[in-house]
Design a protein around this ligand. Structure first.
Ligand SMILES: [Zn+2]
Length: 329
C-alpha cells in the first residue's frame, strides 16, 4: 500500500517536471530555431504570394496541437496525411513529383531536389503555400483555403488571429509575459484550481482568484487577440484572449473595461484590459456578492477539444518577471 502511494507520488512529480520542461521549450524555445523558421516563412512567402505571417500562424497552430516536446524541435510542424501527400493509389509512396501528380497527390518540391519529401520542412511549407494560393491570395481567399484544409471554424479563427499578431509585431519571437494584476497594488492569491464551488451546481473552480481592491488594473499576461467580451451569469463582466500558443486566457468579475477595448483587438503583455471588481452571479450588472477579485483561467485547445488547466505556476513565474522588470526600470 505504502509502496503504491510512493510510486504514485513519484509518477505525479515526474509528470509535473516533464510538463514544466515542455512548456519552457514551447514558449521560450531556442531563438536560433525561431529565426530559422522565420527565414523559411519569408522565403516561401516570396515564391507563393501567401504572406509569411499566415504560413507562420499555420505552422504555430499545428505545433500547438502536438504534445510531444520532440516535435517542438522540428523546423516545420505542418502535417499532411500520407494519402493526401502522395495521392491515393501511390502505395509505394514514391516522392517523385511527377509520380505524385499522376496520383493526384498534393506534395510539391520546395527545396529543388526533385523530390517531395514529407519530412522536409521546405517541401511541406511550400506545399501548404501552393495549396492556399490555389484559392487566391486575398485575406478572404486565404480564409476559404484554411477552411477547406481544417474544416473547423475555431481553427480558421485561431490561425487568422495568430497571423494578425505576427503581422502586427513583425515577428514570431514573442516571449515576454506579465502578471494579470498590477503588482504596484495590494493583492493576494493562492492555488485553488480544481476546488469545488457552490454557485451554478457541481462545477470545479477552473482558475486562480487574485484578490485585490476595486479598480486595481487588470493586464494582459500575453500577446494575443481579444476573442470575447461581455456579461456572463457566472463570470460577470469578463474578457477572453487567445494567445499564439492557442491558449485561451479568461479574466472574470471585472468592474470595468479599459477604454473601448474590442473583440478582435491585438494585445501585448501589460496592456490594461480593465479593472478588478465583483461582478457576476446574477443578471447583468450584479455585483458585490463576493469580495472583489480577478478570476483568471487558462484553457488549452488542441484542435479537437478545449480543457482547463491550473494557471497557478505560470502566475508565480509571471509575477517574478513583473517584479524583475519593475526593479530594473
Ligand atoms: Zn474564481
Amino acid at each position: 500500500m505504502i509502496h503504491a502511494i510512493i510510486r504514485c507520488f513519484v509518477i505525479i512529480c515526474c509528470l509535473f517536471i516533464v510538463q514544466q520542461i515542455s512548456f519552457q521549450s514551447y514558449v521560450y524555445g531556442d531563438e536560433s530555431l525561431y529565426e530559422e523558421r522565420l527565414a523559411l516563412y519569408k522565403k516561401t512567402a516570396a515564391v507563393s504570394n501567401i504572406p509569411w505571417y499566415y504560413l507562420a500562424a499555420i505552422d504555430q497552430y499545428e505545433r500547438n496541437m502536438k504534445s510531444n516536446s520532440k516535435e517542438d524541435e522540428e523546423l516545420i510542424s505542418i502535417h499532411f496525411a500520407d494519402e493526401v501527400w502522395y495521392g491515393i493509389g501511390n502505395a509505394a509512396m514514391d516522392p517523385n513529383v511527377a509520380i505524385i501528380q499522376l496520383f493526384n497527390g498534393i506534395g510539391l518540391d520546395g527545396n529543388g531536389d526533385g523530390k517531395a519529401d514529407l519530412k522536409n520542412g521546405e517541401d511541406v511549407l511550400y506545399t501548404m503555400a501552393a495549396y492556399l494560393e490555389s484559392f487566391g491570395i486575398s485575406e478572404d481567399d486565404i480564409k476559404i483555403g484554411l477552411w477547406n484544409f481544417y474544416q473547423r471554424d475555431l481553427s480558421v479563427k485561431t490561425i487568422t488571429n495568430t497571423a494578425k499578431v505576427f503581422k502586427h509585431f513583425q515577428t514570431t519571437i514573442l516571449t515576454d509575459r506579465d502578471f494579470p494584476v498590477s503588482i504596484g497594488h495590494n493583492y493576494s492569491y493562492r492555488s485553488t484550481w480544481g476546488y469545488r464551488r457552490g454557485f451554478g451546481g457541481n462545477r470545479i473552480h477552473e482558475g486562480t482568484d487574485i484578490f485585490a481592491n476595486y479598480g486595481t488594473p487588470v493586464k494582459s499576461t500575453t500577446y494575443g487577440v481579444v476573442e470575447l467580451k461581455g456579461w456572463n451569469l457566472y463570470g460577470g463582466w469578463r474578457i477572453g484572449i487567445r494567445d499564439i500558443y492557442n491558449i485561451y486566457h479568461y479574466y472574470a468579475h471585472l468592474n470595468s473595461y479599459h477604454d473601448d477595448i474590442q473583440v478582435g483587438d491585438i494585445v501585448k503583455p501589460g496592456d490594461v484590459l480593465g479593472s478588478v471588481g465583483s461582478s457576476g452571479y446574477g443578471p447583468p450588472g450584479t455585483a458585490g456578492k463576493f469580495p472583489p477579485h480577478l478570476h483568471y483561467g487558462m484553457y488549452k485547445d488542441n484542435g479537437r477539444s478545449e480543457w482547463s488547466f491550473d494557471p497557478y505556476h505560470y502566475l508565480k513565474r509571471w509575477e517574478r518577471i513583473a517584479r524583475e522588470k519593475r526593479r530594473s526600470s
